[in-house]
Design a protein around this ligand. Structure first.
Ligand SMILES: Nc1ncnc2c1ncn2[C@@H]1O[C@H](COP(=O)(O)OP(=O)(O)OP(=O)(O)O)[C@@H](O)[C@H]1O
Ligand SMILES: [Mg+2]
Length: 671
């Protein structure tokens, strides 16, 4: 169905400017840079956190792995010491002078021989007992013999098994005194308190920790006739720990501190160590931390990890030292200065952070460049669009790339060119229209003047031709011609009247009127006419239709013209429906005139309001009815809408505003 709407929409105002919203906007370049930076910084932060923790963990794991290996080496060295003593004792026990001394007593030669052997092999103790554990010969104190060594677990074990035994044992100070007062003196260690160390139970450690070996002495029938035992007191003897330091850590120093240290603990007391106090002395008499003690001595488990040693943090490894019965009597420790690894870690972290920062800077510069490469053309396009909107149709945007933005620039340039072309065409058309309408106005004025001038003489022609026709008798040969003159004169009069109506520029003569009554009046005027006799007229009038301020005679003309047009279209047979309604919100009333006529073609729909457009036969229509109606509705600030479907019918909808004309302008007497 084709439709056409004319005139302004009632009550509608241009709200586009009122609707303009002002909101805070962030430029696209800033948004792009911000998003890029957000991504870069977040990912870098994640990488840095992960990287730093990976590096730290790796370095710690590396250090722990190393200290574990170092502990193995330290154990080997410690065991090497034990093996050496074992070998020495076994070899001495095999010497013939030893059973000889037992069987037939010893002389100074044997004694001197043993003293020399003890000194050469670095032994602190070298003692011979008979098979009842009674000391026969003591190289460390030859005068002091005859005591019983059955409490010596190694001697007891040898006598029991008849085999050599080696191990670490703890000997009380009293017993050490029997062996040698000097040894007993060396064993005494003053306890020193250090941060994080276990609380001290006393002030000194007096027992001695001894690497000891014992071997059986046989007679010629392979009977055990005695035991030879010897050993080295570990208290304040630094040979093993220094050998560990030298072999495992190559005596390397880091920031004036030994990179690696080793210690032998008796219980929880350092009795042999190369860990140094602040004053540079060996930290003898200092004690282990509570947690390491619990793990290694109480739980009998090795400890690998970070620990506070005397006065600094070390990556440490501790493992229990057991006596021959398997009881934990001490601890072997190695540690690597943590400082070295924390420095490596710190340097790696700084390097990592530096690389990340450099990455952020480089990525930021790149993102700046990328976002500029996007935002600059966009900004150019925006300002060009503004210029275009302000009427500069010659605006041009430089194409900066061959990507989508380049395509957009091309499209913009094409659009500007097309707009310019259309603008020029429009201008040309408007110019021609203006010229034409000026010409039409002139022609219209001329036509109005001519119509006005012709009206009076034509009135005379019509009147007198009518009179002549009435007076002429039926046989008059001129009557036929007279009849034609009357018809043509009437037609001329209709054209002149139409022209006068169309050109009349007067304001509406308004009053408050009831459109329903107006419609009923129209219908009563036309329904008796022959054209309407076979037309079914249906009125559906809104009883609550408000009265409107209109020029009722002009609006009546509109309705009559539409009703007559409808009847013409139905060629006298069909249904004419008139509906009235009102819209209280939009404040207008609506009159809908529908017919079941032949309808209007789409092509003609645009022309029906043009003056002198008619499809009716000559003499039946001038083509001014709708042109005049349109002018009247426009004067009333109303609209007219046409919907038509060929062979089905046509609907004209007239809308009239309820309150367009102010009440005070209405002639009171007319209300
Ligand atoms: N209801 C309708 N159904 C079909 N065609 C219509 C209808 N109303 C108008 N028209 C078309 O619009 C044309 C113009 O109508 P308009 O009323 O302006 O002139 P007219 O009726 O031809 O002559 P007049 O000046 O006598 O009114 C008509 O000739 C007709 O073709
Ligand atoms: Mg008409």
């Amino acid at each position: 169905m084709a439709s056409l709407e004319t005139g302004n929409l009632i009550g509608q105002s241009n709200k586009s400017t009122q609707n303009k919203r002002y909101s805070f906007t962030i430029p696209i370049a800033t948004r792009l840079i911000a998003s890029f930076l957000l991504i870069i910084v977040t990912s870098n932060l994640i990488f840095t956190i992960i990287g730093v923790s990976l590096i730290s963990n790796r370095i710690v794991a590396e250090a722990q792995e190393r200290v574990r290996t170092d502990l193995n080496s330290a154990r080997e060295i410690y065991m090497g010491g034990l093996r050496h003593i074992s070998d020495v004792i076994r070899l001495i026990a095999y010497r013939p002078i030893i059973p000889a001394a037992l069987l037939s007593g010893y002389d100074d030669t044997i004694l001197n021989d043993l003293i020399t052997l003890k000194n050469n092999e670095g032994l602190d103790i070298l003692t011979l007992t008979d098979k009842n554990s009674k000391v026969i010969l003591r190289a460390s104190d030859p005068e002091n013999i005859g005591d019983n060594q059955r409490q010596n677990e190694l001697v007891a074990a040898v006598l029991k098994t008849g085999k050599p035994v080696t191990g670490t044992i703890v000997i009380s100070n009293l017993e050490l005194k029997i062996d040698s007062p000097e040894l007993a003196e060396r064993a005494i260690i003053q306890l020193t308190d250090t941060p994080r160390a276990r609380p001290m139970p006393g002030t000194e450690e007096t027992s001695g920790m001894v690497l000891m070996a014992a071997a059986p002495v046989f007679d010629s029938q392979s009977n055990v006739i005695g035991v030879l035992f010897g050993g080295v007191l570990l208290n304040q003897n630094y040979e093993i720990v220094d050998r560990i330091k030298q072999t495992v850590f190559q005596d390397i120093k880091y920031k004036d501190k030994d990179i690696g240290t080793a210690t032998i603990f008796l219980g929880d007391v350092r009795v042999s160590t190369n860990v140094l106090n602040e004053d540079g002395s060996r930290a003898i008499g200092t004690r282990i931390s509570e947690e390491v003690y619990n793990q290694v001595v109480i739980n009998e488990e090795p400890w690998i990890g970070r620990a506070y040693v005397v006065n600094g943090w070390y990556i440490t490894a501790y493992e229990p030292i057991r006596n021959i019965e398997g009881k934990v009597i001490g601890i072997l420790y190695v540690g690597i200065l943590e400082q070295k690894y924390t420095d490596i870690r710190d340097r790696s972290v700084v390097a990592f952070l530096g690389i990340s920062l450099a990455g952020v800077i480089v990525s930021s510069i790149l993102s700046l460049m990328i976002s500029r490469s996007i935002s600059v053309p966009v900004t150019r396009l925006v300002s060009a669009s503004r210029e275009l909107a302000n009427g500069n149709l010659d605006v041009k945007v430089k194409k900066s790339s061959n990507d989508e933005l380049g395509e957009l620039t091309d499209a913009f340039t094409m659009m500007a060119a097309a707009l310019k072309e259309r603008d020029e065409k429009l201008k040309d058309l408007t110019r021609r229209k203006v010229i034409e309408s000026e010409r039409l106005v002139l022609v219209g004025q001329l036509a109005a003047n001519v119509a006005h001038e012709l009206n009076n003489p034509l009135q005379g022609i019509v009147t007198f031709s009518h009179l002549l026709l009435e007076k002429s008798c039926t046989e008059d040969p001129a009557r036929n011609n007279l009849q034609k003159i009357v018809t043509q004169a009437n037609r001329c009069r209709d054209i002149i009247r139409g022209l006068l109506d169309f050109s009349r520029q007067r304001k509406p003569d308004i009053s408050l009127s009831d459109v329903n009554s107006l419609i009923q009046e129209c219908i009563s005027l036309v329904e008796k006419q022959a054209l309407f006799l076979n037309i079914e007229i249906k009125l559906d009038l809104d009883p609550n239709l408000p009265r409107v301020i209109i020029d009722s005679s002009q609006i009546e003309r509109v309705f009559i013209n539409m009703v007559v047009n409808a009847a013409d279209a139905m060629e006298g047979v069909g249904r004419l429906t008139i509906v009235t309604r009102h819209d209280p919100v939009e404040q207008y009333i609506e009159v809908e005139i529908t017919d079941t006529g032949h309808g209007i073609s789409e092509e003609n729909l645009e022309k029906i309001f043009d003056p002198f457009f008619t499809t009716k036969e000559t003499g039946h229509g001038v083509g001014l009815g709708l042109a005049i109606s349109y002018g009247i509705i426009k004067e009333h600030k109303g609209t007219v809408l046409v919907e038509s479907e060929p062979d089905i019918g046509t609907t004209f909808t007239v809308r009239l505003p309820i309150t367009t004309v102010k009440a005070e302008t209405v002639n009171e007497s007319q209300i």
